[in-house]
Ligand binder design. Structure first.
Ligand code: SAM
Length: 282
């Protein structure tokens, strides 16, 4: 039974890292005049209300989106992304990953979206209806990724953004990256994960397993908004990370700019960033 609802967390610091990196990958794909595929294994409902009482309860957008919207400067290549967020915020909406990619993509591009939660799926389906480029599937995202690999068009990106509600969410992403990496030899495979003290060992294993998949050009980026909390006591999310396997050319430079921009805006005292190649580029 899935209980996670992204409406409590939309626009938080983790969404800022995830979606800024996502927007730059899309920007890199758009640098060529050829269409791309986008696979979202854990799509959510597509759009979130900024006046939703669930979001008001956590106040999480205050530590993310609200600070980004007020930023004086924007890193190179993120201008369209910020415009999209500003435009939607005027309507009290925050676009999730599928809606961001839908709006940043072009007529020939194709989106395959997967979501298992019945209510989130229904919201997503309604949001995306009328756009023939978008296909919405009510199915397990990990299995769906393998079933759809390689997609047509072949060049493209998959975002895996599990809710980490189940123990298997710490294990399956690395298996999916290894398997999809073989079936889809040109696919860019991106994974988001939370940094939570009591999940320290699961996270260390996750990083090791993804590195073990051995895909050249596997880049890790983390934004820690506060110092790590200790082991079993650490319940809160003090940061988050993105791993990108087959990172596009110069994404490492984009990521360095993004982390350098986000840290002073979103991190408090003791916050820090981490960027490294888990597997070096070819
Ligand atoms: N990617 C979205 C974004 O950035 O806007 C947020 C997604 S939210 C973190 C994770 C979603 O995955 C939830 O809506 C949850 O219902 C869904 N989910 C959980 N397990 C799933 C699975 N095995 N396959 C597909 N969706 C799943």
């Amino acid at each position: 039974m899935l209980s996670y609802q992204h409406s409590y967390h939309a626009g938080n610091h983790a969404d800022m890292l995830k979606h800024a990196v996502l927007a730059r990958i899309i920007g890199r794909l758009k640098a060529k005049d050829k269409p791309f595929s986008y696979i979202d294994t854990h799509a959510g409902s597509g759009v979130y209300r900024l006046d939703d009482e669930r979001l008001a309860k956590t106040g999480e957008a205050e530590g993310g989106l609200e600070r980004i919207l007020g930023a004086e400067s924007v890193p190179e290549g993120l201008e369209d992304w910020i415009s999209l967020l500003r435009d939607r915020a005027e309507n009290l909406e925050y676009p999730g990953s599928p809606e961001q990619v839908r709006r940043l993509s072009r007529p020939g591009d194709r989106l395959e979206l997967m979501e298992l939660h019945p209510a989130e799926y229904e919201n997503l389906r309604q949001r995306m209806s009328g756009d023939a480029r978008v296909h919405v599937h009510k199915r397990d995202g990990f299995a769906g990724l393998l079933a759809l690999s390689p997609p047509d068009p072949r060049r493209g990106l998959c975002l895996m953004d599990p809710s980490y509600e189940l123990a298997e969410d710490w294990v399956k992403p690395a298996e999916a990256i290894a398997a999809a990496g073989r079936r889809w030899p040109v696919g860019i495979l991106a994974l988001w994960y939370p940094v939570v003290g009591r999940r320290e060992s699961e996270l260390a294993d996750l990083r090791d397993r993804v590195a073990g998949a051995g895909i050249p050009g596997t880049l890790l980026a983390e934004l820690h908004v506060s110092p790590p909390t200790g082991g079993a006591e650490g319940f809160g999310m003090t940061g988050s990370g993105m791993i990108v396997a087959r990172a596009p050319w110069k994404l490492d430079e984009d990521v360095a700019r993004i982390l350098g921009w986000l840290r002073p805006l979103l991190a408090g005292e003791g916050g820090f960033t981490r960027q490294e190649w888990l597997v070096p580029p070819p």
